[in-house]
Design a binder for this molecule. Structure first.
Ligand SMILES: Cc1ncc(C[n+]2csc(CCOP(=O)(O)OP(=O)(O)O)c2C)c(N)n1
Length: 560
């Protein structure tokens, strides 16, 4: 072997180490096994998932929590097909994720030259069809450098790199791609146009009751403080999208989340607004409750770094393209301060409405003898779990619980539903927990999604990932149950047996409990206040409680 050449899998492993990677998440196939062994040998932790989808979701969750590059490594053919759900999900999140995939070659797959290649899959065509940007390493010589390029490209969202078997099994230069790899930050357009600021100023000056809606874009721009200052300056009330939940927690005029996850006190102020100023929020169907959450006909100013996001789902009267913080500061300078007595939304009455809001008084709890109202589960766990926490949600009817569970801020809430799929929550939560080991990560997941991904119980326990899993168990595909119910259809196909999963989680090494009543849940206070290892709670919930976002999509019934 020439001294200056090493096996490609070793060169690639060294390149991954040079990227500064802490973890590679993945699942082994024969063509990637040597690369995985090399990665592990060079001191980068290979964290093995039990399904390729979950491996990709782990990389996404890690990237999302840490802001660093999340790397997944999965095999070719069936492994690639298995990972496709995760790949599309990761693309939709926009997180910095690099997925390395084994790939086939035209040569017969086994050394004796016999075929056929039963794992053959046109991965390029599949990835292209799925809208996943990808590169192909064509030769061992350039593969390490290509990996560096793919990692740099992943700064702007998901990038996949196909590593064919002949490349992985070849020899690469030992010194390939030694230069430092710099991940570029997404470029931000700093200053808004003056004309846009004047138009927005004119509307805000005329408004008596302005409302500011902030989304995750405002959070990413670090605009929370500037927006709160602007709100105080013009006498606006504040609210956020679900993705930016608790951005203004503690502010006396924080109305909470807008739309499907809103609360009654916040809505009382929101419905009074006579001008809406939106920062970094896409205004999707849940934020707008299918277009009904904001007072009809109210002038709307939309600020977004991306021009395409402006006016996309809701009318917009004034568009301001620019960085949320820069725009908030520009408006602060341009709009004259409003006198205290003219801050109509900031009346003592409105202050009291918000201060007196108690989540448990916002609904009439519907427990049954053997189940808890899902909203009560949220209210109780909000008090019981450590306040400094990350919360990750899978998707389903149970998601209504999210309205009642607070977080330290938008960096600590993650909904794994960018693909509107179930089953992405478990992997995402595992990766999120790896990306932020300073606080406990709590996963809320329905029994349907849990059964899709429960193999990862083993991963959590093996890797010592401190995860609290709250299984919102209604023994049903609840979202589908309510979908059919709202359309007067039979429900039997959506319902499943009542199985206790706590012993299953216990077998994997979790501390686990089953709860059917509020009293049983409260008894877990000690376990939940400071969890020191993986914890699993099978919460038997009343599936009859439908989430607002499902009811909002129900067909309109004609009056008889
Ligand atoms: C991958 C995938 N398969 C199926 C669906 C359709 N679907 C949406 S919600 C849901 C039910 C989920 O059940 P569960 O996880 O128990 O949560 P629940 O709705 O009961 O709260 C299903 C099957 C989907 N969105 N994604």
């Amino acid at each position: 072997m020439a001294a200056d050449r090493i096996p490609t899998h070793e060169a690639l492993a060294l390149q991954i180490k040079r990227l500064g990677a802490e973890y590679v998440f993945g699942l082994m196939s024969e063509e990637t096994a040597q690369l995985i062994a090399s990665i592990d040998s060079c001191g980068v932790r290979f964290c093995s998932a039990r399904h390729e989808n979950n491996a990709v979701a782990m990389a996404e969750g890690y990237a999302s929590a840490s802001g660093r590059l999340g790397i997944a490594l999965i095999g070719r053919g069936p492994a690639t097909a298995n990972g496709l759900h995760g790949l599309v999900y990761a693309r939709k999140t926009g997180s910095r994720v690099l997925v390395l995939l084994g790939a086939g070659t035209d040569a017969p797959p086994n050394p004796n030259g016999f075929g056929p290649d039963t794992k053959a899959l046109d991965a390029s065509a599949v990835l292209q069809g799925a809208g996943v940007r990808h590169m192909v390493a064509h030769d061992p010589e350039s593969a390490p450098q290509m990996l560096a390029q793919a990692a740099a490209a992943a700064s702007h969202g998901l990038m996949a790199l196909l590593l064919p078997m002949n490349v992985l099994n070849g020899m690469a230069p030992a010194s390939a791609g030694c230069e430092a790899i710099v991940l570029t930050a997404p470029s931000r357009q700093a200053a808004p146009r003056e004309a846009a600021i004047s138009a927005a100023t004119a509307l805000l000056q005329r408004a008596r009751k302005p409302l500011i809606v902030s989304g995750v874009g405002a959070h990413r721009a670090g605009a929370a403080e500037a927006i709160a200052r602007l709100a105080d300056h013009i006498g606006a009330a504040l609210c956020t999208t679900m993705k930016a939940k608790d951005m203004f927690r503690g502010h006396p005029f924080d109305c909470g989340v807008l739309g499907s996850f809103s609360h009654s006190a916040g809505r009382r102020l929101i419905e009074q607004a006579d001008c809406i100023l939106v920062f970094g929020a896409g205004l999707n169907q849940r934020t707008t409750s299918q277009g009904t959450s904001l007072p009809a006909g109210t002038p709307l100013i939309q600020v977004d770094i991306s021009r395409e996001a402006i006016g996309r789902w809701l009318h917009c009267d004034v568009a301001v393209a620019g960085d949320a913080r820069a725009v908030a500061e520009a408006l602060m300078a341009a709009v004259p301060p409003r006198q205290e007595e003219d801050k109509m939304l900031r009346s003592d009455g409105n202050r009291r409405i918000l201060a007196e809001y108690r989540p448990e008084l916002d609904f009439e709890a519907r427990h049954t003898p053997r189940t808890i109202d899902p909203r009560t589960v949220g209210v109780e766990l909000d008090r019981m779990l450590p306040a400094d926490r990350n919360v990750v949600y899978d998707a389903g009817n149970f998601l209504s619980v999210a309205a009642y569970v607070s977080v330290p801020g938008p960096a600590h809430i993650k909904q794994a539903s960018d693909f509107s799929s179930i089953g992405m929550g478990f992997g995402t939560a595992l990766g999120f927990a790896c990306g932020d080991r300073h606080r406990v990560t709590v996963l809320f997941i329905g029994d349907g999604a849990f059964l899709m991904t429960m193999s990862e119980l083993e991963t959590a326990a093996r890797e010592g990932i401190p995860l609290v899993i709250v299984l919102m168990n209604d023994c049903a595909y609840g979202a589908e149950l309510h979908f059919l119910k709202l359309r007067d259809m039979p429900l039997a196909t959506t319902q499943f047996p009542d199985i206790d999963y706590a012993p299953v989680a216990e077998a994997f090494g979790f501390r686990a409990a089953t709860v059917r009543t509020v009293e049983e849940l409260r008894r877990l206070g000690g376990l939940l206040a400071a969890p020191d290892g993986p914890v699993f709670i099978d919460c038997k919930i009343n599936g009859a409680v439908a989430a607002a976002f499902l009811e909002e999509t129900a067909p309109k019934r004609s009056k008889t």
